[in-house]
Design a protein. Structure first.
Length: 166
RNA sequence: UGGGUGGGCCGGACGGUCGCCGCCUGCGUGAGCAGGGGGAGGAAAGUCCGGGCUUCACAGGGCACGGUGAUGGGUAACACCCACCCUCGGUAACGGUGUCGGCGUCCCGGGCCGUACCGCCAACGAGCGGGACAGUGCAACAGAAAGCAUACCGCCUGUCAGGCCAGUCGGGUCCGGUAUCUGCCGGCCGAUACUACCUGACCGGUAAGGGUGAAAAGGUGCGGGGCGCAAGCCCUUAAUGUAAGAGCGCACCAGCAGCGGGGUGACCCGCUGGCUCGGCAAACCCCACCGGAAGCAAGGUCAAGUAGGGGACAAGGUUGGCCCGACCGCGAUGAUCCCCGGGUAGACCGCUUGACCUCGCAGGUAACUGCGGGGCUAGAGGAAUGACCGUCGCCCGCCACCGGCGGGUACAGAACCCGGCUUACAGGCCCAUCCACCGA
RNA sequence: GGCCCUAUCGUCUAGUGGUCUAGGACGUAGCCCUCUCAAGGCUAAAACCGGGGUUCGAAUCCCCGUAGGGUCA
């Protein structure tokens, strides 16, 4: 299982590397080609095991708007997973939360630290926060959590099998 | 025109930027890119019913269990829909009664208005089988009595027994008073057959009444006049009777039976008769009809992968409960089935052409059906259908002359698909129907 | 998504349609006892998830909704 998981991740990482291969692949050095704010499927967490690994890494940051769990994913991209429980409301309200979270991630994907999985949980409140508030909170919490992750375990390479095995 | 009720439909529009999920076309070995076109609802919800579909080595019968229930239709089928019948509720309007208040009057009556109650109750809403003889059961408290209908209290007539009060009679030798003697009055004694009263018992009649209660063998109204002491008689009448007192007599209404008529039917209408007893089956149950079960996480194919153990196999196993029947199954170091435990939760199919939508014609009061033309209208899978901005529409508040400013714009998100029901909903549009008034 | 279950004082629970004004335990409040606390005794407050219907009468019977919970590859 672990071997298949790693193969899948490496394969996914290989494919955009060829497209970005002719260009220098640093995300910060892309001003000559305009940044694209898309949200393709390889930027999403899609399996229960990926969510479990990110929770098992036990590195999070929170304020009164969001809770953000982070974990290294071994690729070159940030990835998003939304967890919106039934305490947040009924179906219309939960869809609203998820769409706002995805929109915030889509617009901030070039400003967030890459190679990280982000599992974002909204705090259930009486009012749904605006898109700007979610963007501010997501950016601040993501940078804080990734900094704590780097302070805690410096080598990011052995951590995914360690987290996956635990 | 005013008021009320019911039903149907829509449920923001346009533009720009950046995104997401399918489909088609083109390029490309591939990843992908470009273009075109599509992308939540009337309730998608609750999961309360009914089906299609899939599976269960077949699905037949009986019992059990569950559901439904006026009548006639519609439908694939319904607990749904349409039409109609019955019962109950019911506001406006109408009619009646009564208290109070007002207008008005010198005062009263009459009149008008308001208000309260009652009756009939427009549209409208709700609910439906039968058990006045198929059986069982329940009705607390109160009440004489709650189901067999009379017993009980009370009342009346009569008889018997007792009582002593009143009354009556007797005492000429009982007593006192009065008086000219007879006599009169009071007491006393006796009788009580007779009158009346009280108490108790019994036979009979019971037709006033019995405060209760949700409900007590139906409800309301009326019962004239004259003569006579009375019985009784006479007149008009539908109107008397008993020892006494109306449940008696008649009329109307409700109910029942018979006859006639209308309707496919539930049922309704008219006439006549006689005087008439229940309530609850959303208590058990009886009658008729219907129902095999599980549910797309059903089910099928492929890939990856751990760890087995126990039991059954003709006196057997399976069809979710039981029996019959049916089917499976007859050489066991093999194969099949069941139970416990462990593992995987990845890909594809099912997956959207269907009791589909729309238009026209025809049938039908309607629900709906038939025929013909046209159309394709979301298919996700940690789960798309979005975010932001601008203008306009609608609502609210403020300034308030045009207008300006600020805020809000509902209920709610497909998960195999349909037909219903129920529930939630800012606002808007349309149609139908009833009543009152006015006009033609 | 499908299929089920439950709802009674603050909590856990009883309650065959009728003396229900709903009982019990723990907890809460007050008083008594004690030098004080605990324990004990007495007293009080405190609920039928909501709305309709059947019935003379509903916590109970029927229907609809609400809120929790469970289970299925």
């Amino acid at each position: 299982m672990d071997a298949g998981e790693v193969d899948n991740l490496i394969g996914k990482g290989d494919r955009p590397e060829r497209r970005d291969g002719p260009e220098p692949s640093e995300l910060r050095r892309l001003p000559q080609e305009p940044r694209r704010y898309t949200f393709p499927p390889h930027l999403r967490l899609k399996r229960a095991a990926e969510f479990e690994r990110c929770f098992a890494r036990r590195q999070s940051a929170a304020d009164n708007v969001l809770i953000v769990y982070v974990c290294e994913n071994g690729s070159r991209y940030p990835r998003l997973g939304c967890v919106v429980s039934r305490k947040c409301g009924r179906a219309v309200r939960r869809n609203r939360y998820k769409r706002l979270l995805r929109e915030a991630f889509r617009l901030l994907q070039h400003d967030l630290p890459a190679g990280i999985d982000y599992v974002v949980l909204p705090r259930p409140g009486s009012m749904i926060p605006s898109l700007a508030a979610i963007q501010r909170s997501l950016l601040r919490l993501a940078r804080r959590a990734v900094r704590q992750l780097q302070d805690k375990g410096w080598p990011p390479q052995p951590s995914p099998p360690q987290a996956a095995s635990s």
